[in-house]
Design a protein. Structure first.
Lengths: 213, 187, 266
């Protein structure tokens, strides 16, 4: 979710960077260890593919459409390490190269969209795989979107608590959990279905076409 | 440290400052100063800033107006503060992107710089490919497609991107290897 | 059939580029094409051939100027009208340079049958089978398109396009990725088609086989020449100016020299 800078307090984004740095450190070490020099171009290409995947529009009933996230699909095909690094790469490209900003939200997006969401999705996939692989992949897509949304809703919803002035007025994002959570989660419950459908479709394709980096 | 790294650090410091200061006057003044310093491209940057934040900010602002009024906690100062803060920080990001060459700014982390450079170049290629794919689909679609057809077309487009990317991964790796980027230790 | 007046188009800049004005692709293009004409669109890379074809296919809308197809204006608004859009899309077909961009169905049969089905034609599957046979793809009816070879993909794309019986066929560098045999096949195939044709290419040696009228786009993105193909090919100065002829060191017998020339082959 693109959250412009100025809605998240340093009390949150600074520790978030700390946490994300640990995750990135682990990921880089794991990626480097397994693939050595070739990691760089392969990861670069995966980052590029992720960037473009995130521009793919999923049509929804009623004529609207939303952006694919692709995180669950990436995790299913390329693993969690690659997913976290590729999504972080995309966030960096979007934030700094294209100037879309969001540097304060970057660690939160990386952790939610790039790690927690796909990890949950992957877990659900492994659980349901033996029952019906297609549905398992779809569920992975839905879960990854909704776990990420929940975490971002949580991050936003606590802003008024952690950062307010003497009179109790908010300084960053103004809505507490009671509003932020349903407002963010409910649309994603629906939107996640589209993600799930596309994840399932692309997972079938992936198996046939043997995508690897 | 080169100029680009310097400006990147300044940007990061400014963002931190922008989230530690809670006086709309200071934030507004800072934004004004930046507008002045930005030179002839200031209007273009301003336009991009507003376009980038209008949806989110409007939603939050209107939402706050409604909710806070209902709860009798409305403070106009907050609306001013948050919009100025978000506006200035977003302006800074666009300004940074227009003035700084990111790979050079990241010269202290050459692998990251190289990764982003290759990723960006590849992104442009894949975006063009994907765009062509969408145009081709539009060109061949005679009647408004059903939901199922539209999903299939989106999936086909995404699949095509992954096809090309996974092929390119080998190609790019071979090209870098052939240019000696993998011999010995990297700087 | 086709009428372009003062068509100008700028591509939006790439993300991260310093200015927003856009990259000029076409500048003030005036063009008329009559039914059944066979036009060869020549020009160096980057001069706007693909862009022009996409405009003719209603995929890109010019920033300035008008495009009328069979007398009807082709604009963003008109393409939003279902009736017009349907008619237009059925009558104009564009073969993309990379045929895979055009293929998005799970099997060859479905790919070809898609257009006729959308048009509500009778017996779309039979039609598809007939076209597949015509293109030598009968044994691949159930094959996924991405498993076909480059030449086969192009034949499939052509079949899918022609199955709806368009009146205008646009081809974007169709021989760019073909081997000589496939090229030969394509040239013969196009010669037998009774249709209005606009083929973009920068392979001069093939041009006479593809059409009788040449439109040359210069590097300034304007029309540098519009007339009989033979006249264009005979005018070396014109070809050099349009970056269609080159110079490099070569031998004639014992001497090595350089001069502007175009490669001929029989």
């Amino acid at each position: 979710m693109h959250i412009p800078d100025g809605f998240i307090a340093p009390q949150m984004y600074l520790p978030a960077y700390g946490l994300a740095a640990v995750a990135w450190g682990v990921a880089v070490r794991r990626a480097g260890g397994r693939m050595a020099d070739e990691t760089l171009p392969r990861l670069a290409v995966l980052t590029a593919a992720t960037f473009v995947l995130m521009t793919v529009m999923i049509p929804l009933p009623g004529g609207t459409s939303i952006h694919l996230s692709g995180a669950a699909l990436l995790a299913l095909i390329f693993g969690l390490t690659n997913t976290l690094l590729a999504i972080t790469g995309v966030l960096l490209l979007q934030g700094l190269l294209l100037g879309a900003g969001g540097i304060t939200a970057l660690p939160l997006n990386a952790l939610a969209l790039g790690l927690a969401g796909p990890a949950a999705g992957l877990a659900v996939f492994k659980l349901l795989r033996s029952w019906h692989e297609g549905w398992a992949a779809g569920a992975a897509g839905w879960v990854s979107i909704n776990v990420a949304a929940a975490l971002l809703a949580l991050a936003l919803g606590v802003q008024p608590l952690i950062a307010h002035d003497a009179a109790g007025h908010p300084l960053f994002f103004p809505f507490g959990l009671a509003i932020a959570w349903p407002a963010i989660q409910i649309p994603h419950l629906l939107v996640g279905i589209g993600e799930g459908v596309l994840t399932a479709t692309l997972w079938q394709m992936a198996k046939v076409r043997g995508w690897t980096v | 440290m080169n100029r680009d790294t310097f400006w990147l650090l300044i940007y990061l410091a400014a963002v931190l400052a922008g989230t530690l200061v809670h006086d709309p006057l200071w934030l507004g003044a800072a934004w004004l100063v930046c507008l002045l310093l930005a030179g002839p491209q200031r209007l273009r940057l301003l336009r991009k800033t507003l376009a980038a934040i209008v949806l989110f900010n409007l939603t939050v602002s209107v939402g706050y107006l409604i909710v806070a009024s209902a709860q009798h906690t409305f403070a106009g100062a907050y609306l001013l503060l948050v919009n100025l803060r978000v506006g200035w920080l977003t302006f800074l990001a666009f300004w940074l992107a227009s003035r700084v060459h990111l790979p050079r700014a990241l010269a202290f982390a050459p692998n990251l710089a190289r990764l982003l450079t290759v990723a960006y170049a590849m992104t442009l290629r894949l975006l063009r490919l994907h765009q062509d794919h969408k145009l081709a689909q539009r060109s061949r679609t005679l009647a408004p497609p059903t939901l199922q057809e539209r999903i299939a077309m989106s999936a086909a487009g995404a699949g095509h991107v992954l096809d090309r990317a996974t092929h390119a991964a080998t190609e790019v790796t071979q090209a870098m290897r052939s240019r000696g980027l993998f011999e010995g230790n990297q700087p | 059939m086709i009428a372009l007046d003062g068509v100008t188009l700028r591509h939006p800049t790439l993300p991260g580029a310093p200015n927003d004005a856009g990259v000029l692709a076409l500048d003030g293009i005036d063009l008329r094409v009559a039914p059944k004409e066979r036009v060869v669109l020549l020009g160096a890379n980057g001069c706007g051939k693909s862009t022009l074809l996409k405009i003719l296919d209603g995929l890109l809308i010019p920033g300035a100027g008008d495009y009328r197809f069979q007398g009807e204006a082709v604009t963003q608004a008109s393409l939003r009208q279902r009736d017009f859009s349907r008619r237009f899309r059925a009558q104009v077909a564009l073969l993309f340079q990379h045929p895979e961009a055009m293929l998005f169905h799970p099997t060859v049969l479905e790919e070809i049958a898609f257009g006729p089905k959308q048009l509500g034609m009778e017996g779309p599957e039979d039609r598809a089978r007939a076209w597949a046979a015509h293109m030598g793809l009968s044994k691949h009816l159930e094959t996924p398109p991405y498993l076909l070879s480059g030449g086969e993909k192009q034949r499939l794309a052509l079949a899918a396009l022609l199955a709806v019986e368009p009146q205008l066929l646009l081809l974007d560098e169709p021989t760019a990725h073909l081997d000589p045999r496939a090229t030969g096949w394509l040239v013969d195939f196009l010669a037998d088609l009774d249709i209005t044709l606009v083929v973009a290419t920068h392979v001069l040696s093939l041009a006479p086989e593809l059409g009788s009228r040449a439109i040359i786009l210069g590097e300034d993105h304007r029309i540098a020449f519009d007339g009989p193909l033979e006249a264009a090919l005979a005018d070396l100065d014109l070809l050099v100016a349009a970056n269609l002829a080159h110079t490099h060191r070569h031998r004639h017998g014992d001497s090595v020299h350089r001069h502007f020339h175009v490669h001929d082959w029989d």
